[in-house]
Design a binder for this molecule. Structure first.
Ligand code: FES
Ligand code: FE2
Length: 357
């Protein structure tokens, strides 16, 4: 589509309510790009599986006996029935319709009542999709030609890698999903926004992560990392990997949020946490964090969504909203073929940018 998206101004409000734009986003973003699926700890053991939706494609994330994590179509090869509707652990998947049965690698194992040689098993296994993991986070792409995830995260990796996130354990039972009445772009842009802390989160986030303590580190259309002062602990980082994933990362804990578009005005929002493993289980240390920040985010996003038919000229973004500008560049890249610019580095890993004179 012709590009109407600018780095330096808010998104045109109709982009949050336009069905045609939404269909374009499903096709050109959600069915093409890397999308966050689950954490490695959600499929820790062979046979553990989680059904997820990647755009409109039902996908079954499953760990095989070989310990590989796979993304299989959650669609029976016979007549298209979803194989699994909830997370769990199984040694094989048996379709609820006619009991065609598949192994953990998607291979078709048995077809009840078929005549000998009636169904060629080798031709009717489950389709599989690309999977890559990044520091305990599992991403899927339906596009076999997508650029490697390592290219996608290259500019932010020097900031993230030293934190040793791989040793953290995700508290799978604490993962929470809700449906919000707002467009996915609004929610993604809000998740990476620290400008609003002093206002939206005056009593929840601001005391532990103040607006005026946040700073841009590095980023581009592909991924962005910002930093923030934290009360009584080391600075935290916020990494955003559009279109689906944002995480706030502390040296010993992380909080992530992922979005999944349902309709133009409705989005599934999933929030999860990870922490250090101890004898008592996973200990997520987020002193001062108050989970009601999620309700505050939901309320403001739903409030903005109610204005999608408003007459309005998009306003300028502040320096504080530079990460949002990167997200806009991402949207212009995916939707209007505007080539991504090289990453900007405002400060090296472990440092803060110089304050403006
Ligand atoms: S649709 Fe799955 S076995 Fe018939
Ligand atoms: Fe927020």
């Amino acid at each position: 589509m012709p590009n109407r998206i600018e780095r330096a101004t808010a998104l045109p409000v109709d982009l949050f309510g336009d069905e045609a734009v939404f269909e374009l986003e499903i096709a050109d973003i959600w069915h093409q790009d890397w999308v966050f699926a689950c954490t490695v700890d959600a499929v820790a053991e062979p046979g553990e599986h989680v059904p997820v939706m990647i755009g409109r494609q039902p996908v079954l994330m499953v760990r095989g006996d070989d310990f590989q994590i796979r993304a299989l179509a959650n669609v029976c090869s016979h007549r298209g029935t979803p194989l699994v509707d909830c997370a769990g652990r199984l040694s094989r998947f048996s379709c609820p319709y006619h009991a065609w049965t598949y192994g953990l690698e998607g291979d078709l194992l048995s077809v009840p009542y078929a005549l000998p040689a009636e169904v060629g098993h080798a031709d009717h296994g489950l389709e599989s999709f690309l999977v890559e993991t990044w520091h305990g986070l599992v991403f899927v792409s339906l596009n076999p030609d997508v650029e490697p995830l390592s290219t996608r995260v290259a500019a932010v990796e020097p900031y993230i890698k030293p934190l040793g996130l791989d040793r953290l354990h995700h508290d799978v039972a604490a993962t929470m999903s809700e449906q919000w009445d707002a467009n996915w772009k609004l929610i993604f842009g809000n998740a990476l926004d620290s400008y609003s802390h002093f206002r939206v989160h005056a009593e929840t986030v601001e005391p532990v992560s103040p607006t005026d303590g946040s700073y841009y580190l590095a980023g581009s259309a592909r991924a962005t990392v910002t930093g923030g002062e934290s009360m009584e602990r080391a600075d935290h980082l916020v990494v955003s990997l559009p279109p689906s994933f944002v995480a706030v990362i502390y040296p010993d804990a992380l909080v992530w949020q992922s979005v999944r578009p349902l309709t133009v005005g409705r989005t599934e929002v999933t929030t999860g946490v990870a922490g250090e493993e101890s004898d008592a289980g996973t200990v997520v240390s987020l002193p001062g964090w108050d989970a009601s920040f999620i309700d505050e985010d939901r309320a403001i996003c739903e409030q903005v969504q109610r204005n999608v038919s408003a007459r309005w000229r998009p306003g300028p973004l502040l320096e504080l909203e530079r990460a949002l500008g990167d997200f806009h560049a991402y949207l212009a890249w995916r939707l209007s073929d505007v080539a991504p610019e090289p990453p900007v580095v405002a400060a090296e890993p472990g440092s803060r940018p110089e304050p403006p004179l």
